[in-house]
Design a protein around this ligand. Sequence first.
Ligand SMILES: Nc1ncnc2c1ncn2[C@@H]1O[C@H](COP(=O)(O)OP(=O)(O)OP(=O)(O)O)[C@@H](O)[C@H]1O
Length: 252
Amino acid sequence: MMRSTDDGETGGDDGAEQDPILELRGVSKSYGDVTALSGVDLAVVPGTIHALVGPNGSGKTTLFRIALGLTRPSSGTVDAPPEGIGPGFQRANFYRDLTVAENLDVFAALTGADDDAWREEICSTLRLDRVRDRRAGDLSGGFAKKLDLALSLLNRSPVVCLDEPMGDLDDVSKSKLLDLLADYRDEGHAVVVSTHHLGAFEDVIDHLTVLHDGEILLDETRPAIDLGDHDSLQELYVSRSLAAERDTTDGT
Ligand SMILES: Nc1ncnc2c1ncn2[C@@H]1O[C@H](COP(=O)(O)OP(=O)(O)OP(=O)(O)O)[C@@H](O)[C@H]1O
């Protein structure tokens, strides 16, 4: 297990510039009069944990859905790996009438996931083995989230996009999940997390993208991120977002 260190060093590769595994260029999306995204460029590099944050309604879910191919952008392009992206949904997504084990079997068959040792590791890390025969629709909120996470990681996609992965997880599970994601990153995969709990990911983040009103407000890689007077990425994000909000209000 290796998490980022305080100075931003990661356990990934030697830091050499790599080609993105997932890239959005000039992506915009409108729903009628509502502009959800406007000219967004995003490059996700292998071997990184890439955090995507922004206030409610800033466009995070729309961006995820476009990256996953679930929503068509109004304009712009998406380059995603041919193997696909491991999708982790804000609200857990699986077959409610199947058991946990059956869901894992079905998703493994659908995605060609055949690494039983990895499956065991995910299930024991997330303590899913204790509910393996439970109907998925009867799971508690936290275990439902864990099953969704397990399914998104199961086939070891080169990039996983996890929408609010900490949702409903207890503190022990959060810590274990962070270690699992850091290991996944250190093996060379890319992990994109959209979250309202940036502080929980502070130690493992390699790249921070902040959205505001559908536009990129900040997009930087550690260790180059300039915290200025702030003690944490969380503080930097809140301060930048508040400033952007003031600018928007003053301008109207
Ligand atoms: N299907 C839709 N139809 C109409 N408007 C939509 C649709 N999906 C999203 N929007 C609008 O697009 C904007 C961005 O929404 P989105 O869900 O992407 O934001 P978000 O950053 O994920 O928000 P939250 O943090 O609250 O989950 C919002 O104004 C939202 O109301």
